[in-house]
Design a protein around this ligand. Structure first.
Ligand code: AMP
Length: 409
């Protein structure tokens, strides 16, 4: 089955055309035929496209809305010189990344009118993300008359117990407005934790304790028991938890009130402060990009060093606390751009966790870049792994399972 995976942002559409069938979906060997990205929709857009055995392509042109972007993508997929299918009718299903599914969506689902209105009900919880996701769905629904499946960032975390998801606020806020921890990056945490369980040969073990660290521009960490999320660092919004590229992560909520008064900030400015001007960028004043910061640190920039130190310290604190939540840990998994590619960050975040049985082998750690690898010393009982994430693959796999009439995992 050929599945088109779409991830629509406010001015972008990321896509992958994936070939999958029952055996490959089960084995996790789903095959991408073509992939790409349209950016800056609404103006002079850039379309990047690459397909198996074809020359990569970059086009620039005015694309005013998502529907036209999807139309252009379908045009490339079927174009004789660069395409990978003859006709769009070969696409049998579409899988959509949806950010927020609230408490209603605990698994991936086939989208119908009722599901769509449920996703629209979650707009209040993700006002920046759900609307473009919905727009992308509407655009592609009109162009591809096939089953469409929603795969949510939040659904994996719906197994968290109440004590992990409730905030210390008046309970009525949870009842009236759904104020609670939802967690995000669920597709990535689910993908790498499942892969970890397979690597350890414990795929069906309800006692397996895994901590997954998704470290990219956005960062989150999840405690997983027997394949189920029991706690995660992002909260009602993707702002809580670890230090990120431009997001603050955990702060004393009182700071916001204090700074809004002292700096005379409105809600829009406070929002920008927390989401766009904080994190690695805010502390270092240099960059939100970890590679740039590590270089600046090596060149002697003290604020870059400080930002990296805060990043690693916060991560270590969470790993230790989730080890407590799980009553020990069988494996810690690093993924995302930083987690997969940076031995330095992995090593620095694990310093001091030896007492918990967690150790990194320097040579193995150094050698592991963007590949699956065990980076703990031989014979460790608690293991440390690098597992590259693949959210598109999981979206394609869920879509396949639902459309093929099987239940999603
Ligand atoms: P992502 O959002 O998953 O694409 O991750 C982006 C982040 O990964 C950026 O902060 C990059 O600087 C970081 N990154 C990518 N490669 C490396 C690397 N080799 N060393 C350190 N950070 C990296």
């Amino acid at each position: 089955m050929k599945v088109l995976v779409l991830n629509c942002g406010s001015s972008s559409v990321k896509f992958q055309l994936v070939q999958t069938d029952e055996a490959s979906a089960a084995a996790g060997r789903v095959h991408a035929l073509a992939r790409g990205l349209v950016e800056n929709i609404g103006g002079l857009a850039i379309l990047r496209y690459e397909a198996e055995g074809r020359k990569p392509l970059k086009e620039t042109g005015e694309i005013l809305e998502h529907k036209i972007a999807v139309e252009r993508i379908l045009g490339l997929l079927t174009r004789p010189d660069v395409g990978v299918i003859q006709d769009r009718s070969e696409i049998e299903a579409v899988g959509h990344r949806m950010v927020h599914g609230g408490e209603r969506f605990k698994t991936s689902v086939l989208i119908d009118d009722d599901v769509l209105s449920g996703i629209e009900d979650c707009i209040d919880l993700a006002p920046l993300h759900n609307p473009p996701n919905i727009k992308g769905y509407r655009a592609s629904r009109d162009l591809l008359l096939v089953p469409h499946v929603a795969v949510f960032d939040t659904s994996f975390h719906q197994t968290m117990p109440r004590e992990a998801y409730l905030y210390g606020l008046p309970y009525v806020l949870y009842q009236r407005h759904g104020i609670r921890r939802y967690g995000f990056h669920g597709t990535s945490h689910r993908f790498v934790s499942r892969r970890m369980a397979e690597i350890l040969g414990r795929a069906d073990d309800p006692t397996l304790r895994v901590i997954t660290c998704h470290l990219g521009n956005g960062c989150s960490i999840t405690a997983i028991r027997g394949g189920h999320s029991v706690d995660t660092s992002m909260g009602l919004t993707p702002l809580e938890g670890l230090l990120m590229g431009t997001r603050a992560g955990d702060i004393d909520a009182g700071i916001i009130l204090h700074v809004m008064v002292t700096e005379e900030l409105g809600v829009t400015e406070a929002n920008a402060l927390l989401n766009k001007h904080s994190g690695l960028l805010g502390i270092s004043g240099v960059s939100n990009d970890m590679r740039t910061l590590l270089q600046a640190e090596a060149d002697g920039n003290d604020r870059a060093r400080l930002a990296v130190d805060v990043f690693c310290y916060r991560l270590k604190k969470y790993i230790a606390s989730y080890t407590g939540v799980l009553g020990g840990v069988d494996a810690v998994v690093f993924t995302g751009g930083i987690g997969e590619n940076s031995p330095v960050i992995r090593a620095r975040s694990m310093v001091g966790l030896e007492a918990l049985g967690l150790r990194v082998d320097p040579a193995r750690n150094d050698a592991a870049r963007a590949v699956e690898a065990d980076i703990s010393p031989e014979g460790s009982t608690s293991r440390v792994f690098v597992v590259p994430t693949n959210e598109e693959l999981l979206i394609a796999r869920d879509t396949y399972h639902i459309v093929a009439g099987l239940s999603a995992e």
